[in-house]
Design a protein around this ligand. Structure first.
Ligand code: 2AM
Ligand code: CA
Ligand code: CA
Length: 264
């Protein structure tokens, strides 16, 4: 019989908590750290083991679901038809390796391309940000309030300093005025956590130039559920199977930034 979203949510939460317990246990062990696309793109045995843990559980429990995982243990996904889990077992691996904090498990579950479930689990703080489409978003047991509009002058914006120095993806003069006009900027090094912080009202916006689907899938569902706006930097919808620039924001602020800084 087809499982309900309530049941799927129940399993997802249980696996996320168990994976978190396993990850915390690894702090006492020696990590194997390797690099992927470049010398600062890290992966560890824990990233791989965590992804495999989710995929084994999903395949056993929901054999008709598909999985797109960062570490490549999932399916070769070419369409969003049916139910697709998009998983980043550790988002913020550099933080995981160097700091043992500021990293998260990120999961989005989509049905025919529509975000149904979103999770970002801050493993060290034991904070689970979770949303079910139409049912609201929660930080552990606490419901998250709908996001209220704010202006740039009162906004804390999360942005990596890379994007206001010479880089391959954007002229540094585009975002530098925004950095200057905002109340403050921050950078946490985990896209999933930064999106969860926008959902929870701890940040007002988050901007980055290049993320993969697993970096933003969980956060996308969370932020949309509290009335936040998730687009690429040019205000267009994100493509779920491609790399995108990502611009996550409270309402009002999203339009202000697009009009004054991006399209000016
Ligand atoms: P990751 O830790 O799962 O790689 C800050 O680096 C944020 O950007 C993290 O969320 C990180 O996810 C993500 N990111 C995406 N592509 C990356 C890459 N090629 N190298 C490093 N971080 C990347
Ligand atoms: Ca990631
Ligand atoms: Ca990762």
């Amino acid at each position: 019989m087809q499982k309900t979203w309530e049941e799927i949510d129940h399993y997802a939460r249980q696996w996320i908590k168990e994976a978190g317990t396993r990850i915390r246990a690894t702090f006492a062990e020696k990590l194997t750290v390797e690099t992927k696309s470049h010398r600062n793109d890290l992966v560890t045995n824990v990233d791989r083991e965590t992804e495999r843990f989710f995929i084994e559980n999903i395949r056993k429990t929901f054999p008709h679901h598909h999985v797109l995982g960062e570490e490549g243990f999932g399916d070769n996904i070419t369409t969003l038809e049916g139910v697709v889990w998009i998983i980043d077992p550790i988002d913020g691996t550099m933080n995981f390796v160097h700091q043992q904090r500021n990293f998260a498990i990120s999961i989005g579950v989509f049905e025919n391309g529509v975000g149904m479930l979103g999770y970002v689990y801050d493993v060290v703080q034991d904070e689970l940000y979770a949303a079910r489409k139409g049912e609201g978003a929660f930080l552990n047991e606490k419901p998250l309030a709908p996001l209220e509009p704010v202006s740039v002058s009162e906004a804390i914006i999360s942005l990596n300093a890379t994007w206001v120095t010479e880089n391959k993806r954007i002229d540094p003069s585009v975002l530098a005025p925004l950095v200057k006009d905002a109340r403050g900027t921050r950078s946490y090094g985990s896209a999933a956590l930064e999106m969860a912080y926008v959902a929870a009202g701890r940040l007002d916006a988050y901007i980055t130039m290049r993320l993969s689907p697993w970096d933003f899938a969980g956060g996308l569902v969370l932020v949309q559920e509290v009335g936040g706006i998730v687009t690429n930097l040019y205000g267009e919808p994100l493509r779920l199977l491609e790399k995108n620039s990502v611009f996550v924001s409270k309402p009002g602020l999203h339009e202000e930034i697009l009009q004054k800084y991006i399209h000016s």
